[in-house]
Design a protein around this ligand. Structure first.
Ligand SMILES: O=P(O)(O)OC[C@@H](O)[C@@H](O)c1c[nH]c2ccccc12
Length: 282
């Protein structure tokens, strides 16, 4: 059965074909290397406490329209004022209402920006670089491992960081084999859209040891951030809760405070050991 994910991947391939017809890869690369490199993405997440990657998203396949009139750079500026370490920008147009122009507008603010899309071709990596992104998302469930590895290498050679998205143990292992330094656990299964709030805690021990860990999807409030912190997240990636928020600046600030609390004080959950133990150890 064809899933939404299959549809999204097909749409991505068609957009690449159309874009290549307008501007061949060589020309795009030339334009991209002349563009200023965006601020480093992964390094912005590495500090103490849980960093917030705040997302610009107008719609989604599971929710339909969420914030159809959202202005990407205005929204992103509010995130930055609230203390977001980085901004994720959906560039997929059909189901998420995004565009590369949104990405460029957000990156122009000088914030580390992630291209969130369904990447299937190196061309899309260079589009991200040309738009001023600091990172691209690669979805392990969408790519066979050689393609995942190839796109990962292409992005690294373009000077971009890569957020490798996984949602099971096999994908976590693949992320390790390709040398991922930044791994996101998507609590939402992109094939079924089912949200599993225990997904991060379950998969955290299986992530590559040196990688930064991002908890993605379904983070609603300070309690969810505290939980992610206690489960060993370096960052949370938050979309819907922020695009629906009446005051996105204050909402980011509140999430950030919760993430700091969790590692700071006796009032919150004790630190736990996230490394695999016993027979689980790799
Ligand atoms: O809106 P939420 O539940 O906070 O989720 C944000 C983000 O995790 C989600 O948009 C996402 C995670 N991985 C993706 C891959 C493609 C498109 C979207 C996504």
């Amino acid at each position: 059965m064809a899933t939404y994910l299959d549809d999204l991947l097909l749409g991505a391939r068609r957009r690449v074909e159309a874009a290549v017809a307008r501007e061949p890869l060589a020309a795009l690369r030339e334009r991209a290397v002349d563009a200023p490199v965006g601020p480093a993405f992964a390094a912005a997440l590495a500090g103490a406490g849980v960093s917030v990657i705040a997302e610009v998203k107008r719609a989604s396949p599971s929710k339909g329209p969420i914030a159809p009139d959202l202005n990407a750079p205005t929204q992103a500026a509010a995130y930055v004022e609230g203390g977001a370490a980085a901004v994720s920008v959906l560039t997929e147009p059909d189901r998420f209402g995004g565009s590369l122009a949104d990405l460029a507008d957000v990156a122009a603010l000088g914030v580390p920006a992630l291209r969130k899309d369904f990447l299937v071709d190196p061309y899309q990596v260079w589009e991200a670089r040309a738009a001023g992104a600091g990172a691209v998302l690669l979805i392990a469930a969408a790519l066979d491992e050689p393609t995942l590895a190839r796109l990962h290498d292409e992005a690294r050679s373009a000077g971009l960081d890569v957020l490798v998205e996984i949602h099971d143990e096999a994908e976590a292992a693949a992320a390790g084999r390709i040398g991922a330094e930044l791994v996101g656990v998507n609590a939402r299964d992109l094939r079924t859209f089912v949200l599993d709030r225990d997904g991060f805690a379950r998969l955290r021990p299986h992530l590559p040891e040196r990688a930064l860990a991002v908890a993605e999807s379904g983070v609603r409030d300070a309690d969810d951030v505290r939980r992610a912190a206690a489960e060993g997240a370096d960052a949370v990636l938050v979309g819907e809760a922020l695009v629906r928020a009446a005051d996105p600046r204050a909402t980011v600030a509140a999430l950030l405070a919760a993430g700091g609390d969790a590692t700071a004080g006796p009032a919150t959950a004790p630190a736990v050991d996230h490394r695999p133990t016993g027979s689980e150890a790799r």
